[in-house]
Design a protein around this ligand. Sequence first.
Ligand code: F6P
Length: 328
Amino acid sequence: MTKQTPGHIALLTSGGDAPGMNAAIRAATRAALARGWRVSGVRQGYAGLIADDMVPLSARDVGGILQQGGTVLGSARSPEFRTDAGQRQALAHLARRAVDALVVIGGNGSQTGAAALAAAGLPVVGVASTIDNDLAGTDVTIGTDTAIQVTLEAIDRLRTTASSHRRAFLVETMGRDCGHIALMAGLAGGAEVIVIPEAEVAPAEVALRLRAAHQRGKTHAFAVVAEGARHNAHALAQWFADHRADIGFGLRVTQLGHMVRGGSPTATDRVLATRLAAAAVDLLAAGGSGMLVGQTGGRITTTPLTDVAGRTRMPDLSLLELARTLAQ
Ligand code: F6P
C-alpha cells in the first residue's frame, strides 16, 4: 500500500474487449477529474504502454461512450509485455510522463500484468472486466451480463425456427476455457443440454438428450455449448455428421463467435462498470495499490492482485443439474 495520493493517473483496457469497458473509462476519468487529478488514456492496452501511446482525457473526451460497446481506448494482447524488458519500458514511459498510478481494466492476463507492475512499485488498481467471468476475486466481471444476453437472444430466435421445423439446434458461445456464459444462457434459454469445459458431455449423450426432448413432445431441442468444451460446435457437428444414419436426425449448428462480445452493454454491465471504476479511483485516493476491484455478494470488494493472477473462478455447476431437471 502506498500512502501517496496520485495527481495523474493513466487508464488502459487490455485483453479481449468487453461491453461496459467504455462505461468504466468514463467513470474512472470523471471520478479522477472530480478529485482534481489529471487523466491519461493508454491506447491499445499494454502494447500502447510499451509504445508510449497515451492521450490526455477530459470529461468531454469520455462523453457519449457510456452506451457504446468495445473500448474507445482500444485493446490488444501484448506478448511483449510479458517480458521484463517490456515491463521496464512501460514503467520508464510512465515515470517520464509523471504518471503516479495506473488503472487496468481487463481480465486474467491483464490483471497478471497489473500484478507485475504493482510488484515493481507502481501504484496499480485492477478493474474486473472480461466476458468470460473466470476471474478470481469477483463474482462477476464487466461484459458477462451482455454476453449472456446476446447468447440468449440467439437461442430465443433460433427456437422459433427450431419449433416450426421440429429440429435440433446447437448454439456455441464464447468464454475461452470457462463455461459460465453457456451455462447461464442455457439455463435462461431452457436448453436440453449444456456442454461446458468444466462438465463435458459425450456426443452420444448429447444426441440422446436431444432425441428424448422430441420424444417428450417438445417441438424443439437445444444444446448450448461453450467454445472451450472438448466437444464444442466443431466436434459435435462432425460427430453428428458421422452418425447421421444411426441417430436419425440432423443438428443445425450456430457458432456465435465474436458476436457475443459486440454491441451495446446492458444496464447491468454499465452500472457494474461505473461502480467498479469509481471504486478503483477511490482506492487510489485512499493510497491503495496492488488490488483488484470486483463485486462479491453484491458488494464492491478488493482482492490482492497476487491472489488473482494466474487463478480462475469456476462457474456454479449446481445450475447444470437444475437446468437439466427443468428441461423435462
Ligand atoms: O477472453 C475473452 C474472449 O472473448 C474469449 O471468450 C475468447 O475465447 C477470446 O477472448 C477470443 O480472443 P480473440 O478476440 O483474441 O480471438
